[in-house]
Design a protein around this ligand. Structure first.
Ligand code: PMP
Length: 406
């Protein structure tokens, strides 16, 4: 495949270092990805050239900064295929985006006894906000079960829908199983019943081309730091028709039109949901990350990562005495497994001594661990800069872990 892996790796200085005297092999991209020079340079340019608070100033730097911030919104909007850039709200990340919907959609549209459907493979960020809403408003939470192969039980999903269902909130790609959920089908079924759908895209947008217009989802959440961008910045895409009606999430500067002690009127979209000074430096960094991905091409990245995934899966399978979690036909980007008889934490600690970074534990999905009756897994999650020789290093590392544990 014509994939510029050398040039890509050169853009990520962090990858060239040694850890415990061994070349770093970074397979923890599901937790966070590294930042290319282009992202850091974009943020450096803000700090060194035009840092200034946005929207309020008449002076040159403020105008430059405002323009760069609003251009960043446009870049993100076209990346995810949003109709309008004012449907793109900058947040701190996926977690805040979901909390925003749980609060504002919940306060505006949900009554006691109304139902929200999530799934058994959700990250805690797509569970707890709904439980808080449950406590606040008496909303009922229903859960789509996960099949043994790591797919959602779509039969049960259909049967969970009732007259009282108002919202479905599911992950696009599972951060534990790698399953790519049939969100097109979920959205279609939900919409047949006039139910809104939120998609947690934290593990999707860096691997798959996403078009919210085609998907027709009502909300889509993502995090900058999993997309080769900065931490502390993320996005909530929401359809204008919902966002316009929803009550604000937080109060403060920027989200208002007029304030008196008697009454406040709110600003238009997207500002109504961006109280306080937003992380404009982060947003500009995120746009640089998006452009970086667009330059390589998401189709190309997806094809490259798919090859890497297949290579890794075959090699790990060949090790034998290994249990995989999530074997759905449609999956990718990460592999969750256990070496039979060895605790994932022990394996992860030994791999670290060999310079190999994997994640071990419950991956913020405790109900899913409970479902599979395991304390956690070893998760190797791939990024656009990983290579087959790094996969070889992981496999050799696992052989050594086994030898050490007899
Ligand atoms: N959802 C999924 C599927 C995730 O993988 C993560 C991060 N691990 C989150 C939500 C939360 O993302 P953040 O911490 O960036 O808000």
């Amino acid at each position: 495949m014509n994939y510029p892996i050398e040039a890509i790796r050169n853009d990520f200085p962090i990858l060239t270092q040694q850890v415990h005297g061994k070349p770093l092999v970074y397979f923890d991209n599901g937790a966070t990805t590294h930042k290319p020079r282009q992202v850091v340079e974009a943020m450096e340019e803000v700090a060194f050239r035009y840092n200034s608070n946005i929207h309020r100033g008449v002076h040159t730097l403020s105008n430059l900064c405002t323009e760069a911030f609003e251009n960043a919104r446009q870049t993100v909007a076209s990346f995810i295929g949003a109709h309008n850039s004012h449907e793109v709200i900058f947040t701190r990340g996926t977690t805040e985006s979901i909390n925003l919907v749980a609060y504002s959609f919940g306060e505006t549209f949900l009554q006691s006894g109304d139902e929200v459907i999530i799934s058994g493979m959700e990250h805690h960020s797509n569970i707890v906000p709904w439980q808080l809403l449950q406590k606040r408003k008496g909303v009922v939470l229903k859960v789509i079960p996960v099949l043994d192969n790591g797919q959602l039980d779509m039969e049960v999903f259909r049967s969970l829908i009732s007259r009282r269902t108002r919202l479905v909130s599911v992950t696009h790609v599972s951060n534990v199983l790698g399953t790519i959920n049939p969100i097109e089908e979920i959205i279609e079924i939900a919409h047949q019943h006039n139910i809104a759908v939120l998609i947690d895209g934290a593990q999707a947008v860096q691997h798959l081309a996403v078009d919210v217009k085609k998907l027709d989802c009502d909300f889509y959440a993502l995090s900058g730091h999993k997309l080769y961008g900065p931490t502390g910045i993320g996005v909530l895409y929401g359809k204008e028709k919902w966002l316009n009606q929803m009550v604000p999430y937080q109060g403060g500067g920027e989200m208002i039109q007029t304030v008196t002690f008697e009454e406040t009127t709110f600003n238009e979209l997207p500002y109504k949901f961006e109280a306080g000074t937003p992380d404009f430096t982060g947003a500009i960094g995120l746009a640089a990350a998006v452009k970086y991905l667009q330059n390589i091409g998401l189709q190309k990245i997806h094809a490259y990562e798919d090859e890497l995934f297949n290579y890794a899966f075959e090699k790990l399978q060949a090790l034998g005495n290994i249990t995989f979690y999530g074997t759905a036909h449609i999956r990718g980007s990460l592999i969750s497994f256990l070496l039979n008889g060895i605790h994932p934490f022990d394996a992860g600690t030994l791999l670290d001594k060999m310079g190999i970074a994997v994640r071990t534990g419950h991956h913020c999905a405790q109900p899913l661990m409970e479902r599979f009756k395991i304390p956690g897994t070893i998760r190797a999650s791939f990024g656009l800069y990983n290579t087959t020789s790094e996969v070889d290093a992981l496999v050799n590392g696992l052989v050594k872990v086994r030898q050490l544990f007899g």
